[in-house]
Write a protein that binds this ligand. Structure first.
Ligand SMILES: [Cu+2]
Length: 177
């Protein structure tokens, strides 16, 4: 009986140390988990910020507005068609249209109709500048997007036209025949 008392004390001491260690390690693991959560949140925040910045940069290029898109009906056998539209530059700097492309025609070009010596002619346009705050109207007898080599049947469904401006600015719009 006399010997059992120190044993009990030792057991109590051991138990106390165990609990303290457990409490300490438990606390440590909470810190670790908290740190991990913080790191994940930081990563998430970084991703969100990066995405936000990308969105903002993309937003800058959306200073180009496309409106009044019209493609007059042509006979189904016609290998060509013209698209008219209005391009508005709502940005602070000048933009320059360089090219148009679609997947419904073999060639998509920017044309300008002109009457020279009483003869209607069409000329390819390399570059069309639009000043800040200005609109450029593509109308019959003037500028148009020319589709050449239209694949039969494709033109009955809505399709995308992609415009390329200087400084690699891209803008797309849908044409609904
Ligand atoms: Cu043309």
């Amino acid at each position: 009986m006399l010997n059992s008392y120190p044993k009990l004390r030792l057991m109590l001491v051991k138990s106390t140390i165990f609990h303290q260690v457990a409490r300490l390690t438990g606390f440590v693991s909470i810190i670790t988990i908290a740190a991990q959560i913080m790191n994940k949140m930081k990563l998430l925040l970084t991703i969100l910020l990066m995405f936000g910045t990308a969105q903002l940069l993309a937003g800058n290029h959306e200073s180009i507005e496309i409106s009044d898109v019209v493609m007059p009906k042509v006979p189904s056998v016609s290998p060509t068609a013209a698209i008219y539209l209005t391009i508005t530059n709502t940005g602070k700097s000048k933009v320059a249209l360089l090219d148009a492309s679609t997947n419904v025609a073999h060639h998509t070009m920017i044309h300008q109709s002109k009457v020279e010596n009483g003869v209607a002619k069409m000329k390819h346009v390399d570059k069309l500048e639009i000043e800040s705050g200005k609109s450029l109207k593509f109308v019959p007898g003037g500028y148009h997007i020319m589709l050449m080599g239209i694949d039969k049947g494709l033109i009955t469904k809505p399709f995308e036209v992609h415009l390329t401006f200087e400084q690699d600015i891209k803008e797309s719009f849908t044409v609904t025949p």
